[in-house]
Design a protein around this ligand. Structure first.
Ligand code: ADP
Ligand code: ZN
Length: 523
């Protein structure tokens, strides 16, 4: 039968099979694709490896006209366009690396209606000359890949993404699809606002990875020794060890080799040929350990990675999930083990402080680092914490992470949490967390008569400054408090109202790990 006569979703499935060679849609793909095929805009949050690209590639092939794909990185565009061309799809990219000849040829194909997919950078797309020509071109859809880049609240803010909001009025008839792997609730709100997707349906996939067995431990003594122990206890298996510095990867790889483990170092400072050679060796080996910086990862797809060890912690929960997520791609059990310490936290905070970016961006990065450490050092199921962070609802404990298997000794802090939440409520979301803690301690500098008269002023003198900071941190992590960026001076307010009520009624307890030696909560 002629493909064009099939209902749209059947045609989509046909293309999935014939062009892409997959039997059926996965997860939310079919729903997202159906929404776009119906001509409606959407926001899709699917985990890495969840098959985001097909969500826009297939509708671009089913719907008449050109599918525009906005992507932040030339490397990503190059990979995707090459893969599409290999599958016989008429795809091209226009970016700063494309020479005039090829550019002219691509435009000729667009004008003849021969091209199905065009990849562009945000700044390239928004150039007036480009927009003029595209206005005369029938468009199937506009896909905005890595849509979290539009949000200052995301972990990878790119100011040029902000311009994409104008697409709503420039192409009002064209469905727009924003996709990302990493969007907590705040980032999703930002994406909707900035990209003018107010009425768009939102599809959030499950971030569950039941094959991953997570654990984290505070660094004690020599990190190198601990990594060697962990790796040699897992012989005949492939793994990735992430280290925070290039130097660190070389040293760790050497220490592992000395202990008899088949370790290779990988970082951006290595000669390209050497990197490719090691990557190939790793991909082909039955058992190899790649000791790498985060330069290692994008596009690396080795299904039988059995463990990912963070010798140094990642930069955020997003990064954590992405990096740990490189294990167990074959669906068989795999471990994610993270070593962390207060020195790492302090180092990460200092690094952020030194960056030459907006104060507001720094504040978000600080926030993300703190949320990561709250998860690492927290007492709640790790998998559940991560999934809640990504906005999943109705999440239950995994039953297999270190915290589920052997819950640490905790202190009940429900009463203190009630005090902090009342205080945040009384302060009406007008102040940051430093002020909230000062308020609880009754130590607000230049306190006003009004503030001093509030019933919550000074009600928390039984805890120390560090303990209140720790608790505030945890309440933010649990979503009981929330923090608004407010141009770099984050304001603390009440979080999820239902959950907060449960704490006040005593139905929900707030527990904190009993502080151990060596962890200084005041850093
Ligand atoms: P993402 O961009 O979400 O990280 P990709 O779009 O790159 O993920 O897809 C990840 C991998 O999953 C690719 O190898 C892709 O071919 C594969 N894939 C995508 N959709 C399906 C499907 N429905 N069935 C089988 N494999 C799929
Ligand atoms: Zn768990």
């Amino acid at each position: 039968v002629a493909e064009a006569q099939l209902p749209p979703l059947d045609r989509a499935r046909e293309i999935l099979r014939r062009t892409f060679g997959h039997q059926d849609f996965r997860g939310l793909q079919a729903q997202v694709i159906a929404e776009v095929l119906a001509g409606r805009s959407a926001l899709a949050v699917l985990p890495t490896g969840g098959g985001k690209s097909l969500c826009y590639q297939i509708p671009a092939l089913v719907r008449p006209g050109l599918g525009l794909v906005v992507s932040p990185l030339i490397a990503l565009m190059t990979d995707q366009v090459a893969a599409l061309q290999q599958s016989g799809v008429a795809a091209a990219r226009l970016d700063s690396n494309i020479d005039l000849h090829e550019r002219t040829e691509t435009w000729r194909r667009i004008e003849r209606g021969e091209l199905d997919l065009l990849y562009v950078s945000p700044e390239g797309l928004m150039q007036p000359a480009m927009l003029d020509r595209l206005k005369k071109t029938p468009l199937a859809l506009v896909a905005i890949d890595e849509a979290h880049c539009v949000s200052q609240w995301g972990h990878d803010f790119r100011p040029e993404y902000r311009m994409l909001g104008r697409l709503a009025e420039l192409f009002p008839e064209v469905p727009r699809l924003a996709v990302t792997a990493t969007a907590d609730a705040r980032t999703r709100e930002d994406i909707r606002g900035e990209l003018r997707l107010e009425g768009a349906r939102e599809f959030v996939a499950s971030f569950a990875r039941p094959e991953l067995i997570l654990s984290a431990e505070r660094k004690k003594g020599s990190k190198e020794k601990r990594v060697v122990e962990l790796v040699t206890a897992r012989p005949e298996r492939s793994g990735v060890v992430y280290a925070g510095s290039r130097d660190g990867t070389e040293k760790l790889a050497q220490a592992l080799r000395d202990a008899g483990a088949p370790a290779l170092a990988y970082h951006a400072g290595l000669d390209r040929r050497l990197r490719e050679q090691r990557l190939e060796e790793f991909l082909e080996a039955d058992a190899a350990v790649m000791v790498a910086t985060i330069a290692f990862g994008m596009g690396v797809d080795k299904p039988d990675v059995r463990f990912v060890i963070h010798a140094d912690p990642p930069a955020s929960i997003e990064a954590y999930w992405q990096e740990v997520g490189r294990a167990g791609r074959d669906g068989e059990p795999a471990e994610g083990i993270t070593l962390y310490g207060s020195a790492d936290l302090a180092w990460a905070l200092r690094r952020i402080g030194e960056r030459e970016v907006d104060e507001a961006v720094k504040q978000v990065q600080v926030r993300k680092v703190r949320q990561l450490y709250a998860m690492l050092d927290g007492v709640a199921c790790r998998a559940a914490s991560v999934r809640r962070y990504f906005g999943e609802e109705g999440v239950t404990p995994c039953g297999q992470c270190d915290l589920c298997v052997s819950p640490p000794e905790t202190v009940d802090m429900t009463e203190a949490a009630q005090k902090a939440l009342s205080a945040a409520h009384r302060l009406g979301g007008r102040f940051g967390r430093g002020r909230l803690v000062d308020h609880l301690l009754g130590k607000t500098k230049d306190v006003t008569d009004h503030e001093a008269s509030l019933s919550t002023y000074g009600i928390g003198q039984e805890l120390s400054l560090a303990q209140w900071r720790d608790l505030t941190e945890q309440l933010l992590f649990e979503g009981l408090l929330r923090e608004d960026p407010n141009d770099g001076r984050p304001l603390v307010g009440i979080g999820d109202a239902e959950a907060v009520r449960a704490v006040f009624r005593g139905e929900r307890r707030v527990a904190m790990r009993r502080p151990a030696e060596g962890y200084d909560a005041s850093t």
